[in-house]
Design a protein. Structure first.
Lengths: 252, 318, 430
């Protein structure tokens, strides 16, 4: 079976500083994988490398066995990878419904069509409504997305990310800046919407990580020091030392 | 060969004049992310103010006072206009400065009318400085060159050697950090806008007598200044200098040497259609380089943008 | 609250067909266009209406870039211009034009404008924002400057002229009269406006909004921001070319003026004044601007100064333009509180209007005093004739302006307060 996402010896330097120093990672289809690590470990950089936001310095990122090198973000998306952003990244002046509907257009095969009317497509509008229902924003469908509350915007961001039907979903700190109850809500949401899909996420909140992930990778100073099930990672002495120990102690 | 030298000097004068405008524009752009469409309008204001002052106090006082007045007006525009529009984003800012350019032109016409002003070179700078093989170089051109170099020297000194310059340079890249360090960044912005427009004012003061002072002078130069900084690369001071000189020389040489398309076409083996006025290609055959001198900068810009979208010295993410 | 949501919900799902509610604005507009010449019958009025119609199409096409796609262009006139030039050339091409009914002509202008947009758009739409604005400026200036060099096509300084009546008669109509041209123009106005409106409802039209708001996110949804911009740009070039064709039919002459920066700038002004945020914004802008241009310019030499000041004020205080100001009143209307605003509006806006008029009067006297021929000190202003050497009018206008300003300022807080109240849902509605 080909890995959904396979990263081999990935490296990235900004000027003299090497931020990602040879990452190897294999994520199988249907797996929920979390990347954790202390601040400045390079998690977001890793994300941006995988999704083609930055070009890598060396190494290979392969999606279902296809090399992503030199591909523009929109090409990567069309190959079945979709991502969210750490800083909310939606279309603020468009309505919530429009946000979701736009994210469905490409996957429904509309491409650059200027001969179809979006309002006339039953599949498109029902699809968008279904997503809205999934992220529980039906009642806010007609207000500009920029006017939603923070948690609602994060939910919308996830909705946009999954709407296109990509089978690899990457979420960059989906619960950043949220209260406890909001976090629980988003966690349930993520579990629901990624059913049967491959999920890769960067997350700070350990509750979310251990609650959601099948496997966890720990990134420290641009290198992965451990990969395994939550139990393995929890028990790994290097992880304890480098990162988790401190965090777990603080939690107790 | 001697003619080449004369044209080099002429092109240098044009280039330095352009740089005086494009330098201010670049400073403002790289600091605030705003392309000031009204930049050439401040240049025009410089010329008109200097003319008005020169009537009462003479050319030299005009040279001294007019740029200061222009700078104060520029700072005022930043403080009470741009800062307000800033919240809406860069495109509205650009639209604002565009509207400002229209308004300044109308105000100038309101005050001084539509005719050209009799703003002239002071007596002491009239006459020739020296001659190269029978071609005289006017003293005023030499004065323009020296004055521009003096100003650039000063600017360079302030930017690289003084504390204020350090703060400005830092604020260019990290406005938030600089503000957190306790510097008044809005004030720095206002100051830079004032200095940038004052530079345009100086250019107006010294260009007014030779390029004539009339309400259309901003439009004539305005687009060329934009073209200059786009060619040089938005936000690059060095790029602006190089592009200014290239454009100065390019247009000067194209005007001075009458290169005819007819000669080029026959040279590469085409035969001239006869009679020419019946041919669909008549415009191509009768083309001469002085004719296209003024559109060369635009042509150059389009080519550069196709092949090097970030300009000659632009940073990728400017 | 849930009720309304539910309604719109089912409305969209069921709204695949053409409903009366959707068609109504268009039917009203068409009826309006049909009736207008019976209300304003003079030839000059019809000329103004024709000019308005052309400006509306041009402004709408401009807003496909600025409002819908987030592209600020300083060179949109060239697409309208080249379309118009081509149409005049067709008018002069006897064999072909003799077989062509005039109402079809604008199509050719549109196709030519689109062709140019295809070429320019292929490199200019790579970036939005400042870079796009600068390229549009450069290309615009380049083509405008070419008009004096490529004499074969642009006709040099005099431009080129033709005669629309040589076309194949269209059901016996030869378009000798203004009124016939009016209906031709109005027909194209409705058709183009509808076309542009429908374009904004297509997938690529929707994505144009998405790319305007957030190009990076759009890329992560599978769309190349560049190509989305490109399609909008090409479509916009097409409709601008149609406007050019109509211009050629109306005026039968095109010159360098149809291409230059001033024309490109004025369409930016028209569109922004009307409001870029709503589809109908440019329509309002075109109507108001054309009226200002034709009516105000008869009254005063300084009309461009006033329009410039109005424009700058709009950018600074009402970035949504006239349409934005109108639509700000939707929430009070929905809450049924619009009537609350009437009194404060009169109390604040009336003095403000008086202040502006008096200031304009003061400026007019100043202008007359500075620029009138020596000995000609008589001037007429607001139906009063006086000498600018007389200090009384100066003082009077100045005093009225200051008084109006004082009154408007005094009453402004009340307006702000009422405004907030009118926008707050107190739950007291029926």
């Amino acid at each position: 079976m080909t890995a959904a996402l396979e990263i081999t010896n990935l490296r990235k330097s900004f000027g003299q500083t090497e931020i990602i120093r040879g990452v190897d990672l294999q994520i199988m289809p249907g797996e929920r994988h979390a990347v954790i690590g202390p601040n400045g470990a390079g998690k977001s950089t890793l994300f941006n490398l995988i999704t083609g936001r930055f070009p890598q310095t060396a190494g290979v990122v392969a999606l279902h066995g296809h090399d992503l090198k030199g591909k523009a973000p929109y090409e990567i998306n069309r190959m079945g990878l979709s991502r969210s952003f750490q800083i909310t990244n939606i279309f603020p002046k468009m309505t919530v419904f429009e946000n979701v509907r736009c994210s469905l257009l490409w996957s429904m095969g509309y491409r650059y069509s200027f001969w179809n009317m979006v309002a006339r497509s039953r599949a498109l509008n029902e699809g968008a409504e279904a997503i809205l229902e999934q992220i529980n924003l039906q009642r806010r469908r007609d207000i500009p997305a920029g006017m939603l509350s923070y948690a609602e915007q994060r939910a919308l961001e996830i909705g946009i990310t999954i709407a296109g039907g990509a089978d690899v979903i990457m979420l960059d700190e989906p619960t950043a800046g949220m209260s406890h109850s909001e976090t629980d809500y988003i966690m349930d949401l993520i579990r629901d919407v990624t059913e049967g899909k491959t999920l890769v996420m960067v997350e700070h909140d350990m509750g979310v990580v251990f609650g959601l992930a099948d496997r966890i990778s720990v990134l420290v100073y641009g290198e992965i020091i451990a990969t395994g099930t939550p139990t393995d990672v929890r028990a790994n002495p290097r992880v304890q030392e480098a990162y988790l120990g401190a965090a777990l102690e603080a939690e107790h | 060969m001697d003619l080449v030298l004369v044209n080099l000097i002429d092109g240098l004068v044009t280039g330095l004049l352009l740089f005086m405008l494009s330098a201010g524009l670049t400073l403002i752009f790289s600091m605030m992310g705003v392309l000031n469409f009204a930049h050439a309008s401040f240049y025009m204001l410089g010329a008109y103010f200097a003319y008005q002052i020169s009537i009462f106090l003479g050319f030299w006082m005009g040279l001294l006072i007019a740029p200061l007045v222009v700078g104060v007006i520029g700072a005022g525009v930043e403080r009470y206009g741009l800062r307000r529009v800033h919240q809406y984003g860069h495109v509205p800012e650009l639209i604002f400065t565009f509207g400002l350019a229209l308004l300044i032109e109308e105000v100038v016409q309101f005050i001084w009318g539509k005719d050209q002003m009799p703003y002239e070179i002071p007596g002491i700078l009239e006459g020739a400085a020296f001659a190269i093989a029978g071609n005289t170089i006017p003293l005023y051109k030499v004065f323009m060159i020296f004055l521009s170099l003096l100003i650039f020297g000063g600017l360079l000194y302030v930017l690289t050697k003084t504390r204020v310059g350090m703060i400005i340079q830092a604020a260019l890249s990290y406005p938030k950090t600089v503000e957190a360090l306790g510097h008044n960044v809005p004030l720095v912005f206002m100051g830079v806008f004032g200095v940038g427009t004052a530079l345009a004012g100086v250019a107006g003061v010294i260009a007014g007598p030779v390029l004539s002072t009339f309400p259309g002078m901003a439009v004539v130069l305005g687009s060329i200044v934009f073209v200059t900084i786009v060619i040089g690369g938005l936000g690059s001071l060095f790029g602006a200098l190089v592009a200014s000189l290239i454009i100065g020389w390019l247009t000067t040489f194209a005007k001075a040497y009458d290169v005819r398309m007819e000669d080029i076409l026959t040279g590469i083996g085409f035969t001239k259609p006869d009679p020419i006025w019946d041919s669909a290609w008549q415009d191509l055959w009768t083309l001469t380089s002085p004719q296209i001198a003024d559109i060369l900068p635009y042509l150059l810009m389009v080519l550069i943008l196709i092949f090097r979208p970030y300009g000659l010295f632009g940073k990728r993410d400017a | 609250m849930t009720d309304t949501t539910h309604n719109t919900h089912s409305d969209v799902l069921a709204g695949s067909g053409l409903t009366l509610a959707k068609a109504l604005p268009w039917l009203i507009a068409s009826a309006f266009l049909l009736v207008m010449p019976f209300v304003f019958t003079s030839n000059s009025a019809i000329t103004i209406m024709n000019q308005m119609a052309i400006t509306i199409i041009f402004a709408l096409s401009y807003n496909m870039l600025l409002g819908q796609g987030g592209m600020l262009s300083f060179g949109h006139a060239v697409y309208m211009g080249v379309g118009g030039f081509l149409c005049v050339h067709i008018m002069n091409w006897d064999q072909f034009f003799g077989t062509l009914p005039l109402p079809v002509l604008p199509i050719f202008g549109g196709l030519f404008g689109m062709g140019l947009a295809l070429i320019v758009g292929s490199f200019s739409t790579r970036r939005a924002g400042t870079v796009f604005a600068m390229i549009s400026l450069g290309v615009g200036e380049l083509i405008a400057a070419c008009s004096v060099i490529i004499v074969v096509f642009f006709g040099g300084e005099e431009g080129i002229s033709g005669d629309r009546t040589y076309g194949l008669p269209f059901f016996g109509i030869e378009f000798l009269q203004q009124i016939e041209v009016y209906y031709l123009t109005a027909f194209w106005l409705v058709l183009s406006a509808l076309g542009m409106f429908l374009f904004s409802r297509t997938p690529v039209g929707r994505m144009a909004n998405a790319v305007r708001d957030n190009p990076e996110r759009a890329e992560f949804l599978g769309y190349s921001a560049r190509w989305v911009r490109f399609y909008s740009f090409v479509a916009s070039g097409f409709f601008a070319g149609i406007a050019g064709g109509l211009f050629a039919i109306n005026y039968e002459i095109l010159t360098e003026e149809n291409l230059n920066l001033a024309t490109s700038g004025s369409i930016l002004l028209v569109t922004f004044l009307g409001g870029v945020g709503f589809f109908f914004g440019p329509v309002i802008g075109a109507i108001v601007f054309t009226l200002l241009q034709t009516v105000l310019s008869l009254q005063t030499e300084l009309w461009a100064l006033y329009v410039g000041a109005l424009f700058v004020a709009t950018v600074m205080f009402f970035p949504g333009g006239l349409a934005g100001v109108l639509m700000m009143h939707t929430p009070p209307l929905v809450l049924g509180k619009l009537h609350l605003l009437v009194k404060p509006y009169i109390k604040t806006l009336l003095p403000a209007a008086i202040c502006i008029l008096a200031t304009a009067g003061f400026i007019e006297i100043l202008f007359h005093a500075r620029h009138a021929a020596i000995g000609d000190d008589q001037m007429t202003l607001f139906w009063m004739t006086f000498s600018h050497a007389n200090p009384v009018p100066w003082i009077a206008f100045g005093a009225v302006a200051l008084g109006g300003f004082w009154l408007a300022r005094r009453n402004a807080p009340e307006l702000v307060e009422t405004w907030h109240e009118a926008n707050t849902d107190t739950g007291a509605r029926p």
